[in-house]
Design a protein around this ligand. Structure first.
Ligand SMILES: *Cc1c(COP(=O)(O)O)cnc(C)c1O
Length: 383
């Protein structure tokens, strides 16, 4: 075991590895009533809104809690109680949005494709044309359970031309993949502090179309997760409605300053793309195969097939790689044995190369000679 004195590199989709400047920002205490803290909140909301070019159309409403709290708040605030939501599913986060929609008492329909098949605009058009009672569509932009990217601009156009309202979970894409509110129509888009902006976890935020939010009073069935109330209170007082995650807010502010200084979304996408390519190439040399085709793979998180070797067990593999300084992520597929490796956080291709080396050493320690998945191993044997 090495690295006693430093944190492991988190190859996970949040929490993720943050920079020293971001961590250092958390070493101070702030009063939630104090005007200096409220100025930070205002600045963070402005900076976030600028990333999706939504200043003219949307407001950024922050919400305490992990990302799911903000997805739940968005659905519960935006969808009227007699609304009907079509949730597009190709993974666990889509299923989660469907579940919370139903739990909030809204009428739910779902459209589901396999984990490795993106939803298309044609799918959405067909579903909407088949049921005129649908009022809202819920989409996961990057489905983090595999890393698949769904075509947001095309789906948004199909929803908008039919006069329906779109709610986007852009949790793991916001900040890395371009989203332009002037070109892509959405009524709500949800993300969080601890993903591609590289802040600590602890708060989410929702960009809500102002003209829509103004009509959302009384929709929410939850007191704490009411985005309308959070927004109205913040507009009136400049303060958060209930205790804000002060340290998270100031660290997110620091992370946003670094985000801009590093070149914003295009630079972040370029770094994550380099991370992803370094990872997939290096793991490929060890025999690992990604679950997704490269053309539908977002450079956010990669799902790999587990080795076919009988000596492989995820827990031991994980612990040995962790002891070398890297935290991997378990797979989230029910049918296939997989594991995931995140490409996001304050890390670059060097860290990815070191992670691949740690995996190589781990395979040797465990006596695993066959890193390819069963199907590939069988094909090699047959050849
Ligand atoms: C991270 C994430 C969420 C939120 O998950 P939490 O565990 O609540 O932070 C929601 N949707 C997607 C696509 C995500 O990647």
């Amino acid at each position: 075991m090495s690295n006693f004195d430093r944190d492991p590199i988190l190859l996970t989709p949040g929490p993720l590895t943050t920079s020293l400047a971001t961590k250092s920002a958390m070493l101070r205490d702030w009063g939630s009533w104090d005007s200096r803290f409220n100025a930070v909140t205002a600045r963070v909301r402005e900076r976030l809104t600028a990333i999706v070019n939504a200043e003219a159309t949307h407001v950024c409403v922050p919400m305490q809690g992990s990302g799911t709290f903000s997805v739940e708040a968005a659905v519960n605030t935006i969808v009227p109680r007699d609304g009907h939501v079509l949730v597009l599913i190709n993974g666990a986060y889509g299923r989660r949005m469907a579940r919370l929609t139903e739990m909030m008492g809204r009428r739910l329909s779902t459209f589901e494709t396999a984990d490795d098949v993106p939803t298309t605009a044609a799918d959405v058009a067909r579903a909407l044309d088949a049921d005129a009672s649908i009022t809202h569509v819920g989409l996961i932009h990057c489905e983090t359970s595999t890393g698949i990217l769904n075509p947001l601009p095309e789906i948004a156009a199909a929803v908008a031309t039919r006069g329906k309202s779109l709610i986007v979970d852009a949790m793991s894409s916001f900040g890395a993949i371009a989203i332009d509110a002037r070109e892509v129509a959405f009524d709500a888009l949800v993300a969080a502090s601890g993903k591609c902006i590289e802040g600590p976890p602890g708060m989410g935020f929702v960009f809500v179309r102002r003209s829509v939010l103004e009509r959302c009073a009384g929709n929410s069935t939850s007191l704490a997760l009411d985005l309308y109330d959070q927004w109205a209170y913040m507009e009136k007082t400049t303060q958060w409605r209930y205790t804000p995650p002060t340290h998270v807010v100031v660290a997110l502010d620091a992370a946003l300053i670094q985000f801009e200084a590093q070149g914003g979304q295009p630079a972040r996408l370029a770094r994550y793309t380099a991370n992803c390519e370094t990872l997939v190439t290096g793991m490929g040399e060890l025999g690992f195969r990604p679950f997704l085709d490269s053309h539908i793979q977002a450079p956010i998180i990669v799902t790999f097939h587990a080795p076919a070797d009988s000596k492989y067990a995820f827990k031991e593999f994980y612990e040995r790689v962790r002891d070398k300084g890297f935290i991997l992520y378990p797979g989230k597929l029910t049918q296939l044995e997989t594991f995931r490796v995140g490409c996001i956080g304050a890390i670059g291709p060097d860290e990815m190369r070191h992670a691949v080396n740690a995996v190589y050493d781990t395979l040797r320690e465990m006596g695993i000679r066959q890193a390819a998945p069963a199907a590939v191993a069988a094909a090699i044997k047959a050849a």
